[in-house]
Design a protein around this ligand. Structure first.
Ligand code: SF4
Length: 356
């Protein structure tokens, strides 16, 4: 379809499919490349050390620019916006951005869920103001219950209690259903799979286990360090039998499981052993305005330049629609086919820059 002649007002969700006929549904917006933790699988401290240069403020999209782009994505079919980072709660005035996005979705006249993924360190003091600003719900990263494991995984001295207080505050503020994500890495925290599962049973919080992924080029990923989703589920089911649930919607990232005794739900995000590219409806906007069509992409489309050159909505929408229309990403599905020197040489974008 030639979008250049299209009237942007009339573009409908079901007309915009990528090269593999996947619709555009989820927009992930990284609002900062800064973080107050140094998780080993994302921003290992030995690489992202005290000399690490973050993007200068002038290169970050402003809230007005993010809101404008979000409006265009909503017209193109986006129905879920997730704010990420780095650590999004470090972006000063994040509540104002959420207010703008909430107003924008109302103006566009379609229901759009606004969610946020955080490491929870600042959540206890911000949960209510995020909710008041219009945030729908949060997902909190927590890779262990013991301080020893959590601090090793997060490269920090933050106490687990701080993150648990954030989770409790999010629930009190009504930012739910709250989800908790745990990245599992062999030799680092697989011994905490069952304690984490048991901690969140009967809590109403959905705990999702994420297979360690080869995101970016900094985390020293090896297949040997991956604990497959099947093993994670088996470790829990030994004590607490599980039953599989259907996905909420096509393209949902996590496989859903419920405790047979009714104690709640867990999930697994199995990008390595059970890839889900066939239904991937996600696009990522980096904090400096580059658009990435895959978490494992190397190149992104610069939207900041045309924005700051004063291009109109039609040009920007056509750029986005063309980019999505030409998309054929399925990195995880092809991961194992891409072996040898060539594969390891691919310079993939860092997760701390485009968000998970
Ligand atoms: S690897 Fe890329 S295409 Fe596949 S599910 Fe992840 S983001 Fe989507």
């Amino acid at each position: 379809m030639d979008y250049r002649a299209l009237d942007v007002e009339r573009v409908h969700a079901d007309t915009l499919l990528d090269g593999l006929r996947r619709p555009l549904h989820d927009l992930r917006i990284s609002v900062t490349d800064r973080c107050n933790l140094r998780c080993t699988y994302c921003m290992p401290r030995e690489i992202f050390d005290e000399n690490h240069a973050y993007l200068p403020r002038s290169e970050l999209l402003t809230f007005e620019e993010i809101e404008r782009l979000a409006g265009l994505f909503i017209r193109l079919g986006v129905r879920k916006i997730r704010l990420t980072g780095g650590e999004p709660l470090l972006r000063h005035g994040i509540e104002q951005l959420i207010e703008k996005l909430a107003r924008r979705q109302t103006a566009e006249g379609v229901p759009v869920e606004i969610a946020l993924t955080t490491n929870g360190v600042l959540l206890a003091r911000k949960a209510q103001s995020l909710k008041d600003a219009g945030l729908s719900r949060v997902t909190v990263s927590l890779d262990g219950l013991s301080n020893a494991t959590f601090q090793r995984m997060s490269g920090s001295e933050v106490a687990v209690a701080t993150v648990l207080e954030g989770i409790a505050a999010a629930r009190t503020a009504g930012l739910g259903p709250v989800k908790v994500n745990m990245v599992v890495k062999r030799g680092a925290n697989e011994h905490e799979i069952l304690p984490m599962a048991e901690h969140f049973r009967h809590s109403g919080i959905v705990l999702r286990f994420i297979e360690f992924m080869d995101v970016g080029t900094s985390n020293g990923w090896r297949m040997d360090d991956v604990v497959p989703a099947r093993e994670i589920l088996d470790r829990i089911a030994v004590c607490h039998p599980l039953e599989q649930l259907d996905p909420h919607y096509s393209g949902e990232v996590a496989e859903r499981w419920r405790y047979a005794d009714g104690a709640g739900e867990v999930g697994v995000i199995a990008s390595v052993t059970h890839a889900f590219c066939n239904e991937c409806s996600r696009v990522r906007l980096a904090t400096d305005g580059r658009l990435y069509t895959c978490l494992f992409a190397s190149e992104g489309l610069d939207l900041r330049a045309p924005l700051r050159q004063g291009e109109g909505d039609r040009v920007l929408t056509n750029l986005i629609a063309d980019c999505w229309g030409r998309r054929s990403d399925q990195y995880s599905q092809l991961r194992h086919a891409a072996t040898g020197e060539a594969a390891s040489q691919v310079k993939k974008v860092e997760m701390s820059y485009i968000g998970g």
